[in-house]
Design a protein around this ligand. Structure first.
Ligand code: CP
Length: 316
């Protein structure tokens, strides 16, 4: 019984197995995900210390499709408000015969910390920790590319916007490179690109025209103001003018390029409605694929022989 904490350091075989397993859960009609008994008798606890719409809901649906019991702890109404520590909360939930914690937390490294301190009987799935990692989002993004573009191999992918504060971008870059993307570009102002972008294996671009040229996939990110210091906060109007995805800017990419966004989207800030709702957009398909991908990760974590993550704890 192991954990899924990051895409960093995972092999191509393992990432492909997650995608193949997710594919096997999607019915041929595309409108449904199969119900299977893989986690019957298991208890999954959703522990969201930070807000979520897509991740929390699709983990709940995925657990139900796997026939698990799912408990959504309402953190705001829990005894953490009476001074109980995070670990005491977790140890109490463990005592309820929990088998898996799905954890979202605003601190980078929270999922690693919890994985180190719970008993080996509980698997930890990282549902987003600070600006560090959001591995199931990255994997549903990989599935979206694979299903719309047949393969990730050889594709040119541009990730646009606030890369610096994005836990999604870091996981996407690791997964895209491992799965054979021809080039991973990041496009944004210098203040919103991480200093270590070269070592991550992505190529920085500072303008949309050159960055989007001949791209197969365009992934937009929102300004993650909740993780910014005020000094770094760009004006939304100026940001949209330079980096907001409009039909005009999308024309720089390949004619059959797909447009993705992990959500939540901020219309008129990083993307205009004509593009978000347009024929190139697969944004809502990403949400749908999230159920099957999360089913795959939970099923594999329950039966896994290895930890689905690099064991190194991230800097907080
Ligand atoms: N993409 C994503 O993580 O969305 P939520 O914050 O709604 O879960």
């Amino acid at each position: 019984l192991k954990h899924f904490l990051s895409t960093e350091g995972l092999s191509r075989e393992l990432l492909t197995e997650i995608l193949d397993t997710a594919d096997s859960f999607i019915s041929t009609q595309e409108r449904a995900v199969k119900t299977v008994p893989l986690l019957r008798g298991k208890t999954v606890v959703n522990l969201f210390f930070e807000n979520s719409t897509r991740t929390r809901s699709t983990f709940e649906l995925a657990a139900k499709r796997l026939s698990a019991d799912i408990l959504n702890l309402d953190i705001a109404r829990s005894a953490t408000s009476k001074g109980e520590t995070l670990m005491d909360t977790l140890w109490n939930l463990e005592a309820m015969y929990s088998d898996m914690f799905v954890v979202r937390h605003s601190d980078s490294g929270a999922a690693h910390f919890i994985a180190e301190h719970v008993t080996p009987n509980v698997a930890i799935i990282n549902a987003g920790d600070g600006r560090h990692a959001h591995p199931t989002q990255a994997m549903l993004d990989m599935l979206t590319i694979r299903r719309h573009k047949e393969s990730i191999e050889g594709k040119v992918v541009a990730i646009v916007g606030d890369i610096l504060h994005s836990r999604v971008a870091r996981c996407q870059i690791h997964a895209l490179r491992t799965l054979g993307a021809a080039e991973v570009r990041v496009i944004g102002p210098g203040t919103l690109l991480p200093a270590d972008i070269d070592s991550l294996g992505a190529v920085p671009y500072y303008d949309m025209k050159s960055g989007l040229a001949d791209c197969d996939v365009v992934i937009m990110l929102r300004l993650q103001k909740e993780r910014m210091q005020n000094a770094l906060l760009p004006s939304e109007g100026e940001f949209f003018k330079l980096y907001g995805l409009t039909e005009e800017k999308l024309a720089y990419a390949k004619p059959d390029a797909i447009v993705m966004h992990p959500g939540p989207i901020n219309r008129g800030v990083e993307i205009e409605s004509a593009v978000a709702d347009g024929s190139h957009s697969v944004i809502l398909n990403q949400v749908s694929y999230g159920i099957a991908v999360r089913m795959a990760v939970m099923a594999m974590a329950m039966s896994g022989q290895q930890t689905l993550a690099n064991s190194e704890e991230p800097a907080r």
